[in-house]
Design a protein around this ligand. Structure first.
Ligand SMILES: C[S@@+](CC[C@H](N)C(=O)[O-])C[C@H]1O[C@@H](n2cnc3c(N)ncnc32)[C@H](O)[C@@H]1O
Length: 346
């Protein structure tokens, strides 16, 4: 087929096609005498893929990688693109929300510039939080051995004590019917998510680590794995019936945890459930008591491990949930591990 026919067929312009050719995305055969291009069926298929990916906002550079990188499948790239779009969408929503508040505050002409400035600063901080969070534990590297490592008790500090009981308790506590949607945030290799698959739920496993998602997919191909972050979940508003999360929330700081809870609330349906199993203390006093206990035992390894992460103050998470319309129950497994189960009231 000639370039004009291809352009008509794909509802694009000859100029666009030449641009992708220049960028090396397509290489139609050229007649050496007159420079006319001939497009084969494969060229046309490739071109329609490029146009589709451009339509969903993917950069030319990323498209080039998709077409040339055998290690990543089309679906992997689409997944990455979806997460990027969700992040942009959430950022836009925040901007519009801030703008609405500014308009409301300035409507009667009587406003404080400080308040407007604070709103703008808050927005800026939220953007920075989403952009700059870093995985200082390198979960990509941990992925292959993760399931093996949780079986090890550790020399003087067993961070995974009661791991299996805690996941089982979460699965028993969250009520889901076949077809309900359950998002597991920080899904890792899928150990909690798979328990909900067994109940017939549709499980969406979200994680910031590609490698964890890869292992999760290998073990549980039925889990819909999505690259995403506590601060920008790749989910629509009120899309899920339950959110579960195990051993993940302690990788974000305490102020960041409230942003994560807000994000969970955004995606949760009415009367939806949140179940968090994580490393946390009951409150500040309890934290002091546990750390002191380890100190008296000379267990610096335990103290170092605790201080390397952000164990929550359970009482504060519970207060936030109650103030935001949830009915909350808690369960303690051991000194450092608790479960919070919250149901969004009507
Ligand atoms: C210790 S693993 C727990 C995995 C699994 N939930 C379990 O119980 O075995 C923590 C997981 O949380 C993910 N994670 C940590 N911080 C995250 C964040 N800010 N957003 C999304 N995932 C995160 C990590 O990539 C990792 O897969």
């Amino acid at each position: 087929m000639q370039i004009k026919e291809v352009a008509d067929k794909l509802n694009t312009t000859t100029r666009t096609i030449r641009f992708y050719e220049q960028k090396g995305l397509i290489t139609p055969e050229k007649d050496t005498d007159n420079d006319y291009r001939t497009f084969t069926d494969t060229d046309i298929l490739r071109l329609s893929t490029i146009l589709a990916l451009r339509e969903i906002g993917m950069s030319v550079e990323n498209i080039k990688q998709i077409l040339h990188n055998p290690d990543m499948s089309m679906s992997d790239y689409l997944n990455v693109q979806r997460s990027a779009l969700f992040e942009k969408w959430i950022e836009m929503k925040d901007m519009i929300g801030t703008l609405d508040t500014m308009i409301a505050q300035t409507a009667d002409g009587n406003y404080s510039i400080n308040e407007i400035f604070e709103l703008a600063q808050h927005l800026k901080n939220m953007k920075a939080m989403r952009k700059y969070w870093q995985d200082k534990w390198n979960f990509d590297k941990q992925a292959a051995d993760y399931d093996q490592n949780i079986k090890m008790a550790g020399y003087r500090f067993n961070v995974h004590m009661d791991y299996h009981d805690a996941l089982a308790k979460a699965a028993e506590t969250v009520h889901l019917e076949a077809g309900d949607v359950c998002a597991d945030i920080g899904v890792g290799t899928g150990n909690l998510g798979e328990k909900f698959l067994q109940k017939g739920a549709n499980v969406i496993g979200i994680d910031q680590s590609e490698e964890m998602l890869k292992v999760c997919r290998q073990k549980n191909p039925e889990i819909d794995t999505r690259k995403g972050h506590f601060f920008a979940l790749p989910l629509l508003d009120h899309q899920v019936d339950a959110i579960v999360s195990s051993y993940a929330l302690h990788h974000i700081t305490n102020p960041e945890k409230y942003v994560a809870l807000e994000e969970m609330s955004r995606v949760l349906a009415n009367e939806g459930q949140i179940c968090i199993v994580d490393l946390m203390f009951l409150n500040e006093e309890h934290r002091g008591y546990v750390i002191n206990k380890f100190r008296n035992e000379g267990n610096t390894k335990a103290i170092e491990a605790i201080e390397d992460e952000y164990y929550a103050d359970r009482s504060k998470l519970v207060s936030w949930l109650e103030e935001n319309g949830y009915q909350v129950e808690t369960h303690q497994f051991n000194d450092i591990l608790s479960m919070i189960y919250a149901v969004k009231k009507k």
